[in-house]
Design a protein around this ligand. Structure first.
Ligand SMILES: Nc1ncnc2c1ncn2[C@@H]1O[C@H](COP(=O)(O)OP(=O)(O)OP(=O)(O)O)[C@@H](O)[C@H]1O
Length: 257
């Protein structure tokens, strides 16, 4: 069980601040969605939690500031799946997903039977079993996206940072992936922070939603509190209706002006 806390996180690139003063508590086993229009700073916020862009403020996991941790120790605590990763195209899916085990390997860096079994299990759960021996360069966009997620799931970190995990996935694979993430947090207490453009999915899976606009926190709360038609119209310059689906969950639908 791993809780994540952000305290006044401010991050940017070469002197330009693009995320300002973000504070949030993400309890162990909970799911925070970071939403907001293009360029709002969502990916930058995730990268700063992963330690990939310079930031000020503090990121702590179970009360330990991650700035003080080495790369390997941080990778055991925090797994990060980027939005547009550059992939080692020649590797097979299995070998690529096995890279997720790197922070757990012994001094010789050799994977054990249990690492291989874990990777096969993850591939099966992401519907990648039949592609296990295929080089990454031969995969479709959605298959590549699932391979990236398989790698981060194989890492078995307590905190998962998923940047637009459903990009390029069809509706069935998107649902299967989010259900799998949901199962992980319920079964293992994995803590999830994901960016999501699909606001209906943001309403259905996470416990809390943080809306970024222009690098600032514009709202944070439960999906029902944050995802109102008025707020979404204002921050996205969009025309939307928020409906209630048959199961009581919210559906954010675009409407013609
Ligand atoms: N490596 C970089 N160097 C300089 N500026 C960057 C870099 N990466 C992102 N930015 C800028 O930082 C701002 C926030 O970008 P970021 O990718 O975090 O936004 P986002 O909310 O994830 O957007 P999107 O929804 O389009 O993916 C943008 O103005 C972007 O141009």
């Amino acid at each position: 069980m791993t809780a994540l806390r952000l305290a006044a996180v401010t991050a940017g690139y070469r002197g330009r601040t693009v995320v300002r003063d973000v504070s949030a508590h993400v309890p162990a086993g909970s799911w925070l969605a970071v939403i907001g229009p293009n360029g709002a700073g969502k990916s930058t916020l995730l990268k700063s939690i992963a330690g990939l862009v310079p930031s000020t403020g503090d990121v702590s996991v179970d009360g330990r500031s991650v700035a003080a941790l080495g790369h390997r120790e941080r990778a055991r605590l925090i797994g990060y799946a980027p939005q547009t990763p550059s992939l080692p195209e020649g590797l097979t899916v299995t070998d690529y997903v096995l890279l997720g085990r790197t922070p757990h390997l012994g001094p010789l860096g050799r994977e054990s039977r249990s690492d291989l079994d874990l990777v096969s299990g993850v591939l099966a759960r992401l519907d990648l079993g039949k592609l296990a021996d295929r080089p990454l360069r031969t995969l479709s966009g959605g298959e590549r996206q699932r391979a990236v997620l398989a790698r981060v799931l194989a890492q078995q970190a307590g905190v998962l940072l998923l940047d637009e995990p459903t990009t390029g996935l069809d509706i069935g694979h998107a649902q299967a992936l989010l259900e799998l993430v949901d199962q992980l947090r319920k079964a293992d207490g994995t803590t999830v922070v994901s960016t999501l453009h699909d606001l209906t999915l943001a309403a259905q899976y996470p416990d809390r939603v943080l809306l970024l606009d222009g690098g600032d926190v514009a709202a944070v709360g439960t999906p029902a509190e944050v995802l109102t038609a008025d707020r979404l119209s204002r921050h996205y310059a969009a025309s939307v209706t928020v409906l209630t689906g048959p199961d009581g969950s919210l559906v954010v639908a675009p409407t013609r002006r």
